[in-house]
Write a protein that binds this ligand. Structure first.
Ligand SMILES: [Mn+2]
Length: 289
């Protein structure tokens, strides 16, 4: 242990889902976005990336070694939403150009505006979320976690957009979603008839590849995942979520994000659900390719 005693004795953890690959050998490149500056209810998701890594260390993920994943670290913190979006966009562009799949650890959901607006190959955007995030404005700002999807669709045409697990939205949002051609599968549909909901999702994604999968952990019922910034009762269970994820990711991912984990309100459940969600997404996309 003479020369290498530092590596032998010490450990530079924690890393996300056991990420041990170098950037060169990785299929997936993960980075964190410690940003929650537009939080309207409970701030704290800026600590999400760190908590996802810590939980990863203690969960028993059976086949994590099959996932060639590199954890790049976090983007530099900022309180400017414009700067955050620009940095996320640049990171996603560089990772995509290098032939790897970006995996983004939130942070609030607004970051998806930065990544999805700059990702070149995206045949379909599948969002798992309690909310539609289709407001035009909220609490006096135009770019925040409740408006980002509307801003994205104003900026860019996406062939198909699906929000599954939705249950908490106002009329303004559902009519805008309707006008912009968003397909909604509600949490009630999933809870009462998982097979039916999966068939619907299968039909909606049929023939589409290069899927951007965005997972907002508040899609789960707060009973399973209390540690989120905007908990909404009436959500789905983790087992529902994982079946939907396996179906979608099995078609091939262009990008993945896992957002809105808020460890300040968590007992360890939401973050564990979130790590498993990302794990199943990466594993399903890996084994299908
Ligand atoms: Mn949400």
């Amino acid at each position: 242990m003479s020369g290498n005693w530092i590596e032998f004795l010490f450990y530079r953890g924690p890393s996300f889902v056991g990420a041990g690959a170098s950037f060169e050998e990785a299929d997936y490149a993960a980075f964190g976005v410690p940003f929650d500056a537009t939080a309207s209810y409970r701030p704290g998701s800026r600590f999400g990336p760190l908590s996802l890594r810590v939980a990863s260390e203690y969960l028993e993920l059976p086949a994590e070694k099959m996932i060639r994943l590199c954890d790049l670290g976090d983007l530099h913190p900022t309180n400017s939403v414009e700067v955050m979006l620009r940095r996320v966009g640049e990171a996603v562009e560089r990772i995509e150009e290098s032939g790897r799949i970006p995996v983004i650890l939130g942070g609030e959901h607004t970051l998806t505006l930065g990544s999805a607006s700059r990702l070149r190959s995206m045949g379909c955007l599948v969002i798992l979320d309690a909310h539609l995030d289709m407001r035009d404005e909220f609490m006096d700002t135009k770019i925040n976690h409740t408006t980002w999807l509307r801003r994205l669709l104003e900026e860019r045409r996406i062939e198909r957009v699906i929000v599954a697990g939705a249950r908490a939205y106002v009329d303004e949002e559902s009519s805008a979603a309707d006008e912009m051609g968003i397909h909604i599968i509600t949490s009630t549909e999933i809870f009462l008839d998982l097979r039916g909901a999966m068939k619907k999702l299968e039909a909606l994604t049929s023939g589409l590849e290069n899927i951007y999968l965005s997972i907002d952990v508040d899609v789960l019922d707060p009973g399973y995942a209390p540690g989120v910034s905007n908990p909404e009762p009436g959500g789905i269970a983790p087992i529902h979520l994982y079946e939907l994820i396996k179906l979608v990711a099995g078609k091939g991912l262009a990008a993945l994000d896992i957002v809105e984990v808020n460890p300040l309100f968590d007992d360890g459940s939401a973050v564990a659900c979130a790590v498993y969600a990302a794990y199943y997404a990466m594993l399903s996309s890996t084994t299908s390719s």
